[in-house]
Write a protein that binds this ligand. Structure first.
Ligand SMILES: Nc1ncnc2c1ncn2[C@@H]1O[C@H](COP(=O)(O)OP(=O)(O)O)[C@@H](O)[C@H]1O
Ligand SMILES: [Mg+2]
Length: 427
């Protein structure tokens, strides 16, 4: 297939257009979402008609089409307004500016985003490169002032789309003020509409009543896909991405069924699974994706997901997991709490030359350890020797976690993997 010999070339190629399988690809058509799209379209209608924009809050699990539907409607809206404007006299034309912010990109060192960080992000999006403000060093009110000033320099409608808005955590000032900025008097020239998109339903429940009143003017729920809907979505994608002979209906059905079972109806998972399966088939020189390739791809993705969820833990929990990794390597698990604490303290001290923190007390550490049990990273083994025999707990990694995954997670966090000797901690 390739005329040049290269170690990078595979003997067979199954993927015709890899872009179509990328995260940021926007499908031409949003399938199986008629009801939701109808509701969502009506949020954008006022803008098309030149009326004040609405605010909306979208929620649903990850991979159910929230971002895709939003991009799709945004593109349609911009295109249709452009067409409409061509027919209108200059003074009646509709002016629309869209500011798209993914709140996840504004996380700070401890993996938190705040209203402040997002305001910095919005301001910088509207400023020229040479004139950007930094994410630290401004008083919050100054940052908000700068942001509103930049917004007010625009004209017409400004639609601010805050994707992954649940990353903004507890400080929801911006979510309250931005939708009302004109009423409050922060801006005069523009009308601001805000769309918040959340993967996390509890975030919605915990929003302050003020935000519920303003941002959640319209709420749109994106339900999970069932296996059949996933099949339809995946089939359309496969047709564009893969050569016809590279897959069969069974390929589509199995990928969809697995994504349905294991990732609560996530189209993202189904697409990733198809892509990884195709890559594995290519690596194996197979002309068509086989069941074995899909099973292997599924395992690979699970592995990646667990590493990712370890990466999301706070430092204390990472240190505890690292302590357990060393104990595991030294065959000292399951281990009692005091042994884990001793290993954990060594880990913290080893890293404290960098960060400068003291280890928590055993009780303090235990709280974090209990969370790790709750999240399914760690198992507890209860020992109960009956009356007078004493009662104690031991802990070890659950089946999902192993030392290599913890190590990979450290690497993803750009933390050096220091070697900690714990062998002397064995009783
Ligand atoms: N109804 C749909 N039709 C076509 N593709 C879809 C649909 N829903 C989701 N997808 C695709 O699935 C992937 C995940 O969707 P996305 O919108 O990013 O999910 P969310 O934002 O809800 O996490 C994307 O590649 C997207 O294009
Ligand atoms: Mg999304």
């Amino acid at each position: 297939m390739d005329d040049v010999d290269s170690i990078f070339a595979d003997d067979v190629e199954l993927i015709k257009n890899a872009d179509v399988l990328e995260e940021d690809y926007t499908p031409e058509e949003i399938l199986c979402r008629d009801e939701v799209l109808k509701q969502y379209t009506s949020v954008f209608k006022p803008i098309y008609k030149g009326r004040p924009p609405q605010n909306a809050f979208l929620y649903g699990d990850t991979g159910v089409g929230k971002t895709a539907a939003t991009k799709y409607l945004r593109e349609n809206l911009e295109r249709d307004i452009k067409r409409k404007n061509e027919q209108l006299p200059e003074n009646e034309r509709i002016s629309l500016n869209v500011v798209w912010i993914n709140c996840e990109n504004f996380t700070t060192g401890d993996h938190k985003t705040s209203s402040y960080q997002v305001a910095v992000g919005i301001a910088n999006r509207l400023r020229d490169k040479g004139n950007r403000i930094t994410g630290t060093g401004y008083a919050p009110q100054d940052v908000y002032d700068i942001m509103y000033e930049e917004l007010d320099k625009l004209e017409g409608t400004v639609l601010v789309i805050l994707d992954e808005v649940d990353k903004i955590g507890r400080d929801d000032t911006l979510l309250y003020e931005l939708p009302r900025s004109r009423d409050i008097g922060y801006v005069e020239n523009v009308r601001v509409g805000v769309i918040g998109i959340s993967n996390d339903y509890t975030f919605r429940k915990n929003l302050s009543p003020k935000v519920k009143d303003s941002l959640c003017e319209t709420e749109i729920k994106f339900p999970a896909y069932d296996a059949e809907e996933l099949s339809k979505i995946l089939k359309a994608r496969a047709k564009l991405a893969l050569y016809d002979d590279a897959y069969s209906q069974e390929t589509i059905s199995l990928c969809s069924a697995l994504a349905y079972q294991e990732a609560s109806g996530s189209a993202r998972r189904a697409i990733r699974l198809l892509r990884r399966s195709a890559e594995i088939a290519e690596e194996n020189g197979s002309e068509q994706i086989q069941e074995g390739h899909i099973r292997q791809a599924d395992k690979d993705l699970e592995y990646g997901n667990i590493v990712e969820s370890i990466v999301d833990q706070d430092d204390e929990k990472l240190y505890i997991l690292k302590a357990l990794a060393h104990l595991d390597k030294a065959s000292l698990t399951p281990a009692r709490t005091r042994t884990i604490h001793a290993a954990y303290a060594r880990v913290v001290r080893a890293y404290s030359t960098v960060g400068g923190k003291d280890p928590l007390t055993q009780r303090g550490m235990f709280n974090h350890l209990s969370k790790l049990v709750m999240f399914g990273f760690v198992n507890t083994i209860d020992h109960n020797k009956g009356v007078g025999g004493g009662q104690w707990n031991e802990h070890e990694f659950s089946d999902d976690v192993d030392p290599q995954k913890v190590k990979d997670a450290f690497e993803d966090r750009n933390l050096e993997w220091l070697n900690i000797d714990v062998r002397d901690l064995g009783e």
